[in-house]
Design a protein around this ligand. Structure first.
Ligand code: NAP
Length: 269
């Protein structure tokens, strides 16, 4: 399993699991919990959530899924910019911990830029770290200029969670190399294009037809994921509410894209 290492020395698998929209539908709850547990049982560690997701419903569902295996999980949550004043971020973190039913987050992110002054948010993150309530902190949806602002204030940011998929490759030219050079792990969200048009692109079917995994012929989604996982310093966090999808995402790690495959994808996207 490919891994990424944060600048605080913590190493995790480069494939994690997202949880946007989970916990929203009662009928889906069981499958969503089973999906997270199937991923953990197969060796995944990172689960990404946020106070914004269902106003705590996602965090509560994640808490239920990890209740008997907390120590095996690398838990990530995010504070809303509007809650990211010094006092606001301290309170928001406590609230997230309560929803999750845990004593500590492994990584706490500012969900997007704006809102309260950045130096206040960072001061709160450092206080939370000092008190042992978070292991490390980072940001999300920050571009290169925003990251420069972070670095002018602190050297402790360990991650930047951004939109990165075959459909959104602009960051390959500036942000991905910048983050790598600064020792900041890039967390790629929506790597499957939210299960939409990306997965129907003929180039993905063409590349998939050349690959097999232990589960059978490769799928378009597995190729989209393999493309993101192919990048150094990138941790992909696809969301899967079905166990079968988690298994397919795990098997995507077996795919080694060849020069010819990358050429097809380069031409198409
Ligand atoms: P995504 O992971 O690109 O796509 C999720 C969709 O793909 C779901 O409909 C899922 O279906 C489907 N899927 C999963 N595995 C599949 C497979 N092997 N084959 C076919 N379809 C598959 O989209 P996302 O949820 O937007 O992004 C992932 C995570 O990133 C989020 O859940 C969240 O944790 C995080 N995120 C962060 C931000 C931010 O601002 N920081 C923004 C967006 C997302 P099923 O659910 O039915 O399995």
């Amino acid at each position: 399993m490919k891994t990424v290492t944060f600048r605080n020395g913590v190493t995790v698998p480069a494939l994690g699991m997202g949880t946007w929209n989970v916990g929203d539908t009662r009928a889906q709850r069981h499958n969503e919990i089973e999906s997270l547990r199937a991923g953990l049982e197969a060796g995944l560690r990172v689960i990404d959530t946020a106070e914004m997701y269902g106003s705590g419903r996602s965090e509560a569902l994640v808490g239920e899924a990890v209740a008997d295996c907390r120590d095996d999980v690398f838990l990530v949550s995010k504070v809303l910019p509007s809650n990211a004043s010094y006092e606001g971020a301290l309170k928001a973190c406590q609230r997230s911990l309560r929803y999750l039913g845990v004593e500590r987050l492994d990584l706490y992110l500012l969900h997007w830029v704006g809102g309260e002054p950045l130096d206040e948010t960072i001061r709160a993150f450092e206080a939370l770290k000092q008190d042992g309530l978070i292991g490390a902190w980072g940001v999300s949806n920050f571009d290169v200029d925003d990251m420069e602002e972070v670095h002018a204030l602190s050297e402790h940011c360990v991650a930047n969670q951004i939109l990165y998929s075959l459909e959104h490759r602009g960051v390959e030219f500036d942000l991905l190399p910048y983050d790598r050079q600064e020792g900041v792990v890039t967390m790629a969200y929506s790597p499957l294009g939210q299960g939409g048009a990306l997965l129907r692109h003929p180039a993905l079917a063409q590349v998939a037809a050349r690959h097999e995994t232990s589960l059978g012929p490769a799928t378009a989604a597995q190729i989209a994921l393999a493309f993101v996982l192919n990048r150094d310093n990138v941790l992909a966090i696809p969301k899967a509410g079905q166990v079968e999808h988690v298994r397919l995402n795990l098997a995507a790690q077996e795919i080694v894209l060849q020069v010819e495959d990358l050429a097809v994808l380069e031409r198409a996207f």
